[in-house]
Design a protein around this ligand. Structure first.
Ligand code: 5AD
Ligand code: SF4
Length: 496
C-alpha cells in the first residue's frame, strides 16, 4: 500500500496554526505523509478563518480552483476545517458540493474517522459543535473539545518554538467578532495538563513557549476544592520547566490586565516583557458599540500601570478602523491614542461585517470602503512613525536574540545553508536581522543593533560570546499558510 498523502493550508491566527499542527500530528500517526501541493495529496484540508470576509473569500476561491481537480479525482478527500466550517456549516456544501468534510474547531479529533467514513460511503461528513443557543452551557462547552496533546514539530513556526493552548473559546462577545460562536464558550484548560504539555515540548527541544488564549489573561481554572489558578499562577508553575528559555502569552483583554500578572511578568525572568493588548479604538462611543467593556481613560491607565510595573515592557495593539458609525472625529481619537501610546506595533484592520454578530444585527456598516482604506493607511503611517522612533532607541544596544532561521530575504534567494541573513526576536518581540550561519537557529545570542527601520532592526552578532539563558538586565503576521516547505517561515495574524 502506498503512503497516504496530506496537504493542509492554514489561514488565520496562531490558534489555527496550532490546530493544524495537531491535525497533522494525528494523521501522521495514521501513516500520512505531508505534501506541498493539493495535486500530490490524497487528503486536502483547508483550516479556515472567519474573522474577516477576506479570509473566507480566499478559501472559497481556493475551493473553486479545486473543483475540476476533485471531479477528475473522485477518490480524494477534501475537507474544510475550523472557524468557517463551524460558522457556515451546510452552506459550504451548497457552495462547493465536492467538499467531503466540514469539521468545526471543536471536532478536529474526529478527522481520522471522518476520512474513513468518506472513503467508505462517499457521503459528505459534518462534524460540528453545538451553537451557543442550542443547548445548556455545559453541553455546548463539552461539544468544543480540547484537542492538544498530539504535537508535530514539523508544523511549528520553528522546531524550538511551540504554542500551547491554555484557554479555549471566548465569552466577551465583542459585537463585531465571530469567535465566541466559532470557538465556543471560554474554558480554561487544566493547569496540570498544560504543565505536562509544556514539559513534553521542552523535552522535545522547544525553548520558547507561547501560551495561547483568545483572552489569555482572563485564564482561570477552578479546582473542585475552590482553589483558583490564574494566568500569573500558571506562569509561575511552568517557569522552571527544564530547557525552557522564553515564555510568552497572547492575547490579552485590557480590562483583565491584573497586577498579579504584571508582577509575574516582572519577577519571572523567563517570561518575556512583551504584552499584546488590543485597544480596537481610541473613541469611547466606538468602544461602547463594540462592547469592549472599558473606556479609553481606563485603557490609558492600564498602559501606565504596565509600564510602571514592568520597566522596558513592549506593548502592541490591534485596531479596527471604519467600525459602524465611526466618524472622522472618532477616528482622530484613535490616531491620538496611537500617537501617544508608543505601541511597539499595531495590527490594523478594516471593519468587516460578520453575519450572526451583534454589530451586524444592530448597526449599519456605514463607513464606505474607500474611507476605511484611507483611515487604515493613515493609522498605519502614524504607527510606522511611532515604531521607527521606538526602534531607533534600540540602536547601539546589545540584545539577546532567539535566532529563528534564515530571513525572508534569504529564503527568497533560496539561501538556507552557509552564512546568510538570519532573523530572530528580542525579549520584547522586536524583529532583528543579522548575518550568520543558519545552524545558529534555536540559539539565543547577543546581537548589537546597528540600524533601525520601522519594523526591523539590523544588527551584528557579538562574536566570541554565547548566551544560554535570558538576562533581562541590558534591556528595558502574516497570513496564508500551506504545508510548510522545510525551513519556510510562516506568518500569521494576531489572535482575536
Ligand atoms: N472586522 C475587522 N477586524 C476584526 N477583528 C476581529 N473581528 C473583526 C471584524 N469583524 C480584528 C480585531 C482583533 C483582530 C485579530 O482582528 O482587531 O483583535
Ligand atoms: Fe473575544 Fe477577542 Fe473576539 Fe472580543 S475580539 S469577542 S475578546 S475573541
Amino acid at each position: 500500500m502506498t503512503t497516504p498523502k496530506l496537504y493542509i493550508e492554514t489561514v488565520g491566527c496562531q490558534m489555527n496554526v496550532l490546530d493544524s499542527e495537531l491535525v497533522v500530528g494525528s494523521l501522521r500517526r495514521q501513516g500520512y505523509e505531508l505534501v506541498h501541493t493539493p495535486q500530490e495529496a490524497d487528503v486536502i484540508f483547508y483550516n479556515t478563518c472567519s474573522v474577516r470576509q477576506h479570509a473566507e473569500d480566499k478559501i472559497y476561491s481556493a475551493l473553486g480552483r479545486l473543483r475540476g481537480h476533485m471531479e477528475r479525482h473522485p477518490d480524494k478527500v477534501l475537507g474544510v476545517l475550523g472557524c468557517m466550517a463551524q460558522k457556515d456549516q451546510e452552506l459550504i456544501l451548497r457552495r462547493a458540493p465536492y467538499v467531503n468534510i466540514v469539521c468545526g474547531t471543536g471536532q478536529l479529533a474526529q478527522l481520522p474517522a471522518l476520512i474513513e467514513q468518506v472513503k467508505a460511503t462517499r457521503e459528505p461528513q459534518l462534524a460540528l459543535s453545538l451553537a451557543r443557543k442550542e443547548a445548556s452551557r455545559e453541553e455546548v462547552t463539552a461539544s468544543f473539545e480540547s484537542y492538544d496533546p498530539m504535537r508535530d514539530p514539523s508544523m511549528r513556526p520553528t522546531p524550538f518554538q511551540a504554542y500551547v493552548r491554555v484557554q479555549i473559546g471566548c465569552d466577551k462577545f465583542c459585537t463585531y467578532c465571530v469567535v465566541p460562536s466559532t470557538r465556543g464558550p471560554e474554558q480554561g484548560r487544566h493547569p496540570e495538563h498544560i504543565a505536562a504539555e509544556v514539559k513534553q515540548l521542552a523535552d522535545e527541544g522547544a525553548i520558547e513557549i507561547t501560551l495561547l488564549g483568545q483572552t489569555v489573561n482572563s485564564y482561570r481554572y477552578k479546582y473542585g476544592d475552590g482553589r483558583v489558578v490564574r494566568l500569573s499562577d500558571l506562569l509561575e508553575k511552568i517557569h522552571d520547566t527544564p530547557g525552557l528559555a522564553r515564555i510568552k502569552f497572547i492575547t490579552n483583554f485590557p480590562r483583565d490586565m491584573g497586577d498579579d500578572l504584571l508582577d509575574a511578568v516582572r519577577d519571572l525572568p523567563r517570561v518575556m516583557p512583551y504584552l499584546h493588548v488590543p485597544a480596537q479604538s481610541g473613541c469611547d462611543i466606538m468602544l461602547k458599540r463594540m462592547k469592549r467593556m472599558y473606556t479609553i481613560e481606563s485603557y490609558r491607565e492600564m498602559l501606565v500601570r504596565c509600564r510602571e510595573k514592568i520597566p522596558g515592557v513592549a506593548i502592541s495593539s490591534d485596531f479596527i478602523v471604519g467600525f459602524c458609525g465611526e466618524t472622522e472625529e472618532s477616528f482622530q481619537k484613535t490616531c491620538d491614542l496611537v500617537r501617544e501610546s508608543r505601541f511597539k506595533n499595531s495590527f490594523i484592520f478594516k471593519y468587516s461585517a460578520r453575519a450572526g454578530t451583534k454589530a451586524d444585527e444592530l448597526y449599519p456598516d456605514d463607513v464606505p470602503e474607500e474611507v476605511k482604506k484611507v483611515r487604515n493607511n493613515e493609522l498605519l503611517a502614524i504607527q510606522s512613525e511611532v515604531s521607527l522612533a521606538d526602534q531607533r532607541q534600540m540602536v547601539g544596544r546589545t540584545v539577546e536574540v532567539l535566532v529563528e532561521g534564515p530571513s525572508k530575504n534569504a529564503l527568497k534567494k533560496g539561501e538556507t545553508s552557509g552564512p546568510t541573513q538570519l532573523t530572530g526576536r528580542t525579549p520584547t518581540d522586536h524583529i532583528v536581522v543579522f548575518d550568520g550561519n543558519p545552524r545558529l537557529a534555536g540559539r539565543i545570542l547577543p546581537v548589537t543593533i546597528r540600524e533601525a527601520a520601522a519594523f526591523t532592526l539590523f544588527g551584528d552578532i557579538v562574536t566570541g560570546e554565547q548566551v544560554g539563558a535570558e538576562s533581562r538586565e541590558p534591556l528595558p503576521e502574516r497570513q496564508g499558510e500551506r504545508s510548510p516547505e522545510p525551513s519556510e517561515k510562516r506568518f500569521t495574524l494576531p489572535l482575536v
